[in-house]
Write a protein that binds this ligand. Sequence first.
Ligand code: SF4
Length: 731
Amino acid sequence: MDRRNFIKLTAISGTTAALTACGNPENQIIRFIPEEDLVPGIATWKPSICPLCSAGCGVIARVMEGDAEVFRNGKPGVIRMGLAKKLEGNPEDAISQGKLCSRGQASIQVTYHPDRLANPRKRTGERGSGQFADISWDEAIKELVGQLDALVAADDQASLALLTKPRRGRRLALLAQWLQRFGAKAPVTFELFSDDVLRRANEISFGAAQLPTLDFEHAQYVVSFGSDFLGTWNSSVAQSAAYGRMRQSGPGGRAKLVHADARLSQTAGNADEFVAIKPGTEGVLALGMAHVIIANNLRPANGAGRAGAAIDGWAGGLAAFTPAEIEKKTGVAAAKVERLAKEFAAAMPAVALVSGAPLAHSNGLFQALAVNALNALVGSVNVPGGVSFIPQPGPAVATRGLNEILQGAAPKVLLLDDVNPVFASPAASKVADALKRIPFIASFGSFVDETSAMADLILPDHSFLEQWVEAVPESGSAKAVAVSAGPVMRPLFDTRPTLDVLLDVSRKLAKPFAPALPNTFEEYLSAAAPVAATDRRGGTSVPPAAGASKDAPLRTAVAYADPVFDGDAAQFPYYFLPYASQTLSDGSTAHLPWLQEIPDPMSSAMWCSWVELNEQKAAELKIAQGDLIEITSTQGSVRAHAFLNPGLAPDAVAMPVGQGHTNFTRYATGVGVNPIAILSPAVVADTDVLAWSSTRVKIARVGGPEGDGLILFGGATRERPDWTHGRGEEH
Ligand code: SF4
């Protein structure tokens, strides 16, 4: 009898007795005593925070009484308890404003996922084989404490490292404090689509090393340089809400959105004007617009202050950036550059933004500085309708980059906090090989993935709905807030909150931390800021301290350099444009079946990988929709089915990131291919951020549309028989 049938039997019999006749513990039916006062059929709403990206959207969970499969004291059983049934945006939350993106809606599946880790595990097979045996929490903590005690005994505490996704607020502060108290270095963070280039540029231009908040609502003119701000970048829920208000005709008329890109993204599809541009030259267009504005005396060059001073040639009016030169470098017609610049200067307030692919070239820092200078030139910094920076609660917690582990001395003990660099790094980075050299790895995530499969010990976390959570949004709101919220429901399984486990370990070491840290993260939150009882809507919202960013010293002015690509243009003629999936993001949400099932907003594809080709270029190459294409870089090859996109540059091919997992639950494993694997490991100049847009590829048709490789919602391929380019094949 499997667990599903076991639940069915429970529901039919309604018994509360334990059945032991089968002699198999899996067949025991235990109905635990209810632990809560619940009124059957009546819903309550409890606040929490979506964990699926760093935007920190506030949610409310509809909680009702229900029967749940649980583990208690090492035994499976059924309990009637309060269960989260549905998530919505919290209307009281400054970021979500009552809305959620598709990932936020699907985040409830994290809690009820059939492959979620239900108890601690110890590795039994080869590293990476995914073979583990269940162990008790006492055994798991004893194992981890033993490893840490050994480091202390050898006076080698610096050989402990913690690798986490970029976190903020008091959770990161506590992790850093724990490491510092142990004697280890700062946390190591990893994120494929890192925004650190933009943070660095903002520090240079404006003295604020953080992501900006864009006041779309009050803007009259927006120029997006490759930023998919309505789809995948930054605080997309808050940005979409503000954009919606911007598009309602106000006193100044209907605001205009211009989008410059090499590919028609979701944001590009919403724009009034799409400007096709050569990849890696977006900053050149920004400076061309600035040149026109200065040359026509629409704004003085010195009005851009330090943001202008960061650009080589700014004081001289950017003489090298005439519209004719811009046309040569970017492919954007000189007359269009003139017109866009004059429209931008005339419409007040007007704001420009840049993110994503333009910042993932070798010259990414220059691109960001150029757009910052354009904003500063037209006076759109810290004004309504412009770009601003919300106050942060104290100085940022220092972190380190993954390269310190990959290239420096390997740690002896590594703690993994819900991060998957083995999947989300180029194969050339050899992350798995680096992890194999680490003697002991403990993972705290809720699922086995390509990285946690390398662990020796797994200590599974509560889901976000089962524990205290907090968010200190970096951007997305004009109002600075820090939000915390308590558990929405009791834990289903034999899991523990990661921070509580670390705090427990700190007390069980041979030399416990003295003075001791708080017993739990809840206590830590209470000590850091008053945490009131949660109510139906709110959670707890307190204003953080203002003015945390320090002015960064001005550096030497940055000059434009052509982007450097991996792969010779003659042999690899296409720019390779990987992009964050609207639903699967960087692949970290590919395990949620709702997100696999949602059609991509631009292609309508689902449950698969696809490669986007320009429609006319495909006709030249006799490639039809759905054909199997091999994409090859200097780093390797992947195969995916063709999707013909009229909004893609003819010399580019694009692929969504997110699929191609080899070990990430039943829903993601073996679905599609991973384009990250064939990227060059090059980094953006002056940073350690992966230049994920700097790879060139060649393509070859290696097969037809056999099988169900390209799955489009509603069978859209059949509606476009012309896509067969006269071969008469119907797909
Ligand atoms: S933007 Fe989407 S994924 Fe990110 S926190 Fe908000 S709802 Fe969650």
